[in-house]
Write a protein that binds this ligand. Sequence first.
Ligand code: GLU
Length: 290
Amino acid sequence: MSPPVFRFAPSPNGYLHLGHAYSALLNSDRARETGGRLLLRIEDVDATRCRPEYETAIYEDLAWLGIAWETPVRRQSEHFGEYRAALDRLSALGLVYPAFESRAEIARLVAAREADAPWPRDPDGAPLYPGDAKLLSADERDRLVDTGAPYALRLDMAVACRRAAGLTWNELGERPDGEHGIVPARPGAWGDVILARKEIPTSYHLSVVVDDALQGVSEIVRGQDLLHATSVHRLLQVLLGLPEPAYRHHRLICDEMGRKLSKSSLATGLRELRAAGVTPAGVRRLVGLG
Ligand code: GLU
């Protein structure tokens, strides 16, 4: 049997904090305990938010924590062709359509619909896509694309769910509701998610699924903030014929107000803690890893 493969997959859009340290250390501990491999993946598809200095800081902070990862590191911005190929496979299945509404138009459509009744939200609290770009004729779509109008490529969730009914995942951690083991996936709760944009030929959901499969990741250890996204990931894995990894979602490290840490909360930034004299062993204690 090949050894289990783990990955830590930060986005270089800010400095790492205690929450990242917890996730990275859990991955590293699991790899050590199981004789597995630990990969590091830089999730930098969004060029408007990612910066080279944050990527450099990721390497420094993880090395300081005593974490060792395999090289070369996979940087998602170097693999747009692979995401494009996956998108083309989904398009060939008739599961992808361009939607031309801007964010402001979407907000207006949602407000108009909410005049009658509350409009459904996704598990992260964002309104589901309210438009009907799906109904455009092929000619009309082509005409709009030819005008150079920006668009997002969305997954036709209803059709996709019909192709992949009865989806589940294997949860090795614990969901906030205490459920674990084989749990139901509910991708429909996300509506017609964005898979790519005219200017970025991928999205978080698509690239994470493609990469986990290409890199042979067998156990995904990540925070419970991504628990519900797993439903979309399982759906894409089935549609693309990719292997199914196991998932271990872990508790989130919160501030004293009980809020999830953010990359701007300086008090819990690894660089600030290091400058204040906290040691790597101290970081382990702070996140409850003794
Ligand atoms: N890049 C994501 C983040 O920084 C994590 C992706 C994942 O673990 O699936 O939140």
